[in-house]
Design a binder for this molecule. Sequence first.
Ligand SMILES: NC(=O)C1=CN([C@@H]2O[C@H](COP(=O)(O)OP(=O)(O)OC[C@H]3O[C@@H](n4cnc5c(N)ncnc54)[C@H](OP(=O)(O)O)[C@@H]3O)[C@@H](O)[C@H]2O)C=CC1
Ligand SMILES: CC(=O)C(=O)O
Ligand SMILES: [Mg+2]
Length: 581
Amino acid sequence: MKNCDLVDNKSAIVGGVGDMYSEDSATLDQPISPWTISVASGYSLMRDPRYNKGLAFTEKERDAHYLRGLLPPVVLSQELQEKKMMNLIRQYEVPLHRYIAMIGLQETNERLFYKLLIDNVEELLPVVYTPTVGEACQKYGSIFKHSQGLYISLKEKGKILETLKNWPERTVQVIVVTDGERILGLGDLGCQGMGIPVGKLALYTALGGVRPSLCLPITIDVGTNNEKLLNDEFYIGLRQKRATGKEYDELLQEFMYAVKQNYGEKVLIQFEDFANHNAFELLARYSSSHLVFNDDIQGTAAVVLAGLLSALRLLGGTLADHTFLFLGAGEAGTGIADLIALEISEQNGKPIEENRKNIWLVDSKGLIVSSRKESLQDFKKPWAHEHEPITGLINAVKAIKPTILIGTSGVGKQFTKEIVEDMASFNKTPLIMALSNPTSQAECTAEEAYTWSEGRAIFASGSPFDPFEYEGKTFVPGQANNAYIFPGFGLGVIMAGSIRVHNGMLLAASKALASQVTEEHYEKGMIYPPLTNIRKISANIAAEVAAKAYELGLASHLPQPEDLVESAEKCMYSPVYRSYL
Ligand SMILES: NC(=O)C1=CN([C@@H]2O[C@H](COP(=O)(O)OP(=O)(O)OC[C@H]3O[C@@H](n4cnc5c(N)ncnc54)[C@H](OP(=O)(O)O)[C@@H]3O)[C@@H](O)[C@H]2O)C=CC1
Ligand SMILES: CC(=O)C(=O)O
Ligand SMILES: [Mg+2]
């Protein structure tokens, strides 16, 4: 019996057998053969990260696969290997060294890498993901050893389909793609943005249980406007300014259709860290022809809405009773604002235009108001309310008196003492979200939010902060990061074989996440459940997303399983070593 029907061979136009080594169809207690051809030496087995087990190859496996003598005599269990690796990683004090060690492990022993990541998620997420992945991207050229993922540059124009065929996997279910122009809050890192798709897909597997072989990280290189990188002798990308306009659009179009041709209709394409002048357009252009999801717009919106829904237990009232002020009106800011307004409309039945009125945004030029409408980008226009022009966040806070302040500016230290004190002066419990990544770009720290509000703020941030003690009470900041959403969301989409992403699926994901927060969490000031239970959380999110896809008639994997949570859990990749006998 099949363990999981995730691999949708029927939908892949080129066909190909995804389950080459019976990994997908074999249950954990069944041995599998890593070989489809007979070999004279197991040396290449040891060098294949997908099948390597290091010193854990048993005596019988060493005999059966020509490994005798290629390994020292000891046989170590995976648990002991994990303990050893964790000891080693903890010895590195510099976060980037930990990142390099983890990537080294991913490149040599994939299952051990995922075992570490799954078992130590709170400790290792900041290593393979934000904040350290940001520094890794900045220095990617200098630390580059082995290539990960697929690079599609302007040189591949006209040959993108051929380039995709060079990827060793014939069946792919999720692609995370960036063009490197807005990497976290660090700006244009060009081709070195590859660290982001690689990191996001590691989370798809560790947090959402999507098998690594089904995940493809891609970086589109159209040049960079980052002078520092253009002058860096170790830069790995095209040494030219960014292509724009027709040249950019044509490359992206060729890419999108080559993906569909090579991997079929149902490959989920997750856009990540594109600059907003391309992100909104790409999502709009391809959402009717492809299965596309923008993590920065949609995933962020779902995770923040989940935090807001759960925070209402502490703040009181409904979403419609609150006043929201955003610093930053780009992908994250307007994406979140849109989903909040949509959810309020679902709740009160009023038109979305009316429910936008309590939601205000500030961009680099000040409060978004109707007198600025003509010069605003389209995605900001719905937020141009009647108000006199205001510059400076502090003045906007004083005028709007928000109950909830959300930072999505990409600029650190913008929530000053005066701003947090103001929020605390007119709110019993101010909710402050400093969402910009990495930590250096956070609008304020956990310590600042708690001390400046005299322990009254509820605080969540995009990158993690340690718990903070204030006047004898320990506050646990939440990590409002789309990492809570996209792995479970993607799993739900794949499970259902959904052909499109729909806002209803985002709302379902938000509610599934919010419902995982318990009284015990609220007592510590948490509005998100701990990441330690993330696989269970992802299974619940996946189940709700899949259920919504079925309800909306978007699902193609029929019939609908009776118990979607159980289905999601069954589908999840386990990093435990398989027996190769
Ligand atoms: N926690 C999470 O899960 C996520 C966090 N993020 C983080 O959010 C940040 C923003 O991302 P994104 O929305 O995609 O970026 P965008 O570039 O799309 O938007 C940034 C917005 O911030 C505004 N801005 C920039 N500087 C200032 C300033 N000094 N004062 C006021 N407004 C300013 C910009 O104004 P203007 O339009 O005038 O240029 C723009 O509206 C990044 O740091 C990113 O890492 C993003 C996605 C998910
Ligand atoms: C978390 C994320 O997607 C970002 O900061 O861009
Ligand atoms: Mg992002």
